[in-house]
Ligand binder design. Structure first.
Ligand code: XUL
Ligand code: CO
Length: 440
């Protein structure tokens, strides 16, 4: 079989002293951290759309990333070559999972029938390659945002025929997920949002979105597709206001429509920061509601302010992410999907490996630091002390619902001005840095 990366062997762990750019310095899949291997904890996934299909094009210029798997004039042959190259990449970089949209793995035909027929051919190949390599599908999803028919969204389109088209696409992709044993199914609301309220019936569009999701739940149940369903929040881009704004908005939407039992969240760092939140914040909001299902592990650029989808290199934010994940007992059946692309100037094939290696090392270090912080009780002891006034006395009465405004007035009249207590933020920040710097 043709090799697309003939000069690159399977990436190995060489440890922190290695100078080899094509080796892991921290990520050792077999190393145990807090009772599980790194591989089990981290569940890394490659994003097909960026890594295999990314061209480097931007609003100012076309493709800069010319890939050898994309050189056939026959689009189906190119799709098959791409799938083979993808599995060579997955096995050489050493991830257990991948993720795709329908239109990433196969081009769209002239009609839905033709698109589905072509898709079947590529899905068959994907199934075979999954079997040959043991790489699994973390999630699949439908692209309901690239084609011009979806200019005004799919589930929230003012035209019911477009709603129907998107529904048909999701039906097919649920069947594909079942066939390929996907562990999750993602709904990212591509163009589900609006550009101006002047032409938008906000209430009706939200009702339609809920109907769409309920239909997907019903069909998955009908065909026996038991994957975890995930909604991926994003506040803006491509629309000015996306309905799935952030974790809190999605959770309240799901609860308003009685859908909260069927969905969890796929939280993405760059989307959280576009919503003016930290990654830590949006993960935590999902987690405390029992709804953190999976993660799109990337990062944005604060100087640019759009969805730059960069590979995660920020040890601090990876540490905070792993803290939330470990505290909730892990991310399975979700994973850490690198929804990230190499820069358009990073034109070598090798750059794809280097980018993933850096991202995997970043999260591996975040995992180790977070495990140590938890083991040493650094934050939990401080939290316990900070809220101790609610463990007994007046605080316990507030928490158990027996306090009233009258009883609290009486308490205040008796005790007077509360004592100032330091939040000790700088101290905690120093401790986190100490752990990041000294964890081996
Ligand atoms: C877009 C984005 C998507 C989803 C899948 O910003 O993150 O790639 O992850 O549709
Ligand atoms: Co994403």
């Amino acid at each position: 079989m043709k090799a697309y990366f003939p000069t690159i062997d399977k990436i190995q762990y060489e440890g922190p002293k290695s100078r080899n750019p094509l080796a892991f310095k921290v990520y050792d899949p077999a190393e145990k951290v807090a009772g599980k291997t790194m591989r089990e904890h981290l569940r890394f996934s490659v994003a097909y759309w960026h890594t295999m299909k990314g061209t480097g094009s931007d609003p100012f210029g076309g493709a800069t990333l010319i890939r050898p798997w994309n050189d056939s004039s026959d689009p189906l042959k190119a799709a098959e070559d791409t799938m083979r190259a993808a599995f060579e990449f997955f096995t050489k970089i050493g991830v257990d999972f991948y993720a795709f949209h329908d239109r990433d793995i196969c081009p769209e035909g002239e009609s839905l029938q033709e698109s589905n027929k072509m898709l079947d051919r590529i899905v068959k190949l994907a199934g075979k390659l999954q079997q040959d390599t043991g790489v699994k599908l973390l999630w699949n999803t439908s692209n309901m945002f690239s084609h011009r028919r979806f200019a005004n969204g799919s589930a929230t389109n003012p035209d019911a025929a477009v709603f129907a088209y998107g529904a048909a696409q999701v039906k097919k992709m649920l069947e594909v997920g079942l066939e390929l044993g996907a562990t999750n199914y993602v709904f990212w609301g591509g163009r589900e949002g609006y550009s101006t309220l002047l032409n938008t019936d906000l209430k009706r569009e939200l009702d339609h979105l809920a109907r769409f999701l309920q239909m997907a739940v019903d069909y998955a149940r009908k065909i026996g597709f038991g994957a975890q369903f995930l909604i991926e929040p994003k506040p803006k881009e491509p629309t000015r206001h996306q309905y799935d704004f952030d974790s809190a908005t999605v959770i309240s939407f799901l609860k308003a429509y009685g859908l909260e039992k069927h969905f969890k969240l796929n939280v993405e760092n760059n989307h959280a920061t576009l919503a003016a939140h930290s990654f830590h914040h949006d993960l935590k909001v999902a987690a405390i509601n029992g709804m953190l299902g999976s993660v799109d592990a990337n990062q944005g650029d604060l100087l640019l302010g759009w969805d730059t989808d960069q590979f995660p290199t920020d040890l601090y934010s990876a540490t905070m992410a792993m803290l939330v994940i470990l505290e909730q007992g892990g991310i399975a059946p979700g994973g850490l999907n690198f929804d990230a692309k190499v820069r358009r100037e990073s034109t070598d094939l090798e750059d794809l490996f280097i980018a993933h290696i850096g991202a995997m090392d970043t999260f591996a270090h975040g995992l180790k630091v977070a495990a140590k912080l938890i083991k040493d009780g650094v934050l939990s002891e401080n939290l316990k002390a900070r809220y101790a006034s609610y463990d007994s006395g007046v605080g316990a009465k507030i928490e158990d619902g027996t306090a009233t405004l009258e009883s609290l007035e009486a308490y205040t009249l008796k005790h007077g001005e509360p004592q100032a207590r330091s939040g000790r933020q700088e101290l905690l920040e120093n401790v986190i840095n100490q752990y990041i710097l000294t964890t081996k």
